[in-house]
Design a protein around this ligand. Structure first.
Ligand SMILES: Cc1cn([C@H]2C[C@H](O)[C@@H](COP(=O)(O)OP(=O)(O)OP(=O)(O)O)O2)c(=O)[nH]c1=O
Length: 188
């Protein structure tokens, strides 16, 4: 059976990764803001936001399979890092990540026929010790500004990383392998 699959995301990385598991789909970004209730614990944030993005599109395209995603970086102290506001904020984030382990959590929500399934995939990432000069040089590449935690592991940001544990693509924004399994479970 042919499904009308919609990726509710403005992220070019997610679109590219989605092509690995879905031969044909539409991209319709969800414009629903990223406000989070204060009572929500850090580990529930990406699942909550992915659900909001998914619902916002699924409510309009009710016959489609809609996929919404959200990626956050959480420091070892439990501080959630979204996208940096400016260069100074990016430097603050990279200093927090330097020489330590953090987690990258991507929440994914899949909606079909009025039912929504949500899961969150976690990857651990260890950063090298970074000097202020290395941080400044990296920020000047322009790469950090549209990325959670102010780095892109798929680009020059890979030079900041010591090692990872878990799915690489989850860090980039889409846990491809887990999503493929979930789509089979929901649609086959
Ligand atoms: C940590 C990390 C994040 N990212 C990206 C993935 C996401 O696009 C972005 C996190 O922001 P998100 O708010 O999850 O996604 P988005 O605003 O780009 O797209 P949309 O909400 O429309 O789906 O950070 C990388 O590309 N590489 C990395 O190494």
């Amino acid at each position: 059976m042919e499904y009308d699959v919609i990726l509710a995301s403005a992220s070019p990385r997610r679109k590219e990764l989605m092509q690995l598991i879905c031969p044909s789909f539409r991209v319709i970004p969800a414009d629903c803001g990223e406000a989070v209730p204060e009572a929500l614990s850090a580990c529930d944030v990406p699942g909550f936001l992915s659900f909001q993005k998914c619902k916002c599109i699924a409510d309009v395209y009710q016959k489609a399979v809609v996929i919404g995603c959200d990626t956050v970086v959480t420091t070892a102290d439990g501080e959630i890092l979204g996208k940096p506001k400016d260069k100074e904020d990016a430097a603050r984030m990279l200093r927090l990540l330097s020489g330590r382990m953090h987690t990258v959590d991507t929440g994914v929500s899949i909606s079909y026929k009025g039912h929504t399934d949500t899961f969150t995939e976690t990857t651990k990432v260890w950063f090298k010790d970074l000097t202020d000069e290395e941080i400044e040089d990296y920020i000047n590449t322009g790469e950090p500004m549209d990325k959670a935690g102010a780095y892109g592991i798929q680009g020059e940001g890979t030079l900041l990383v010591d090692k990872i544990e878990g799915d690489f693509f989850n860090v980039v924004g889409l846990p491809v392998s887990k999503l493929a399994i979930k789509l089979h479970e929901m649609l086959d």
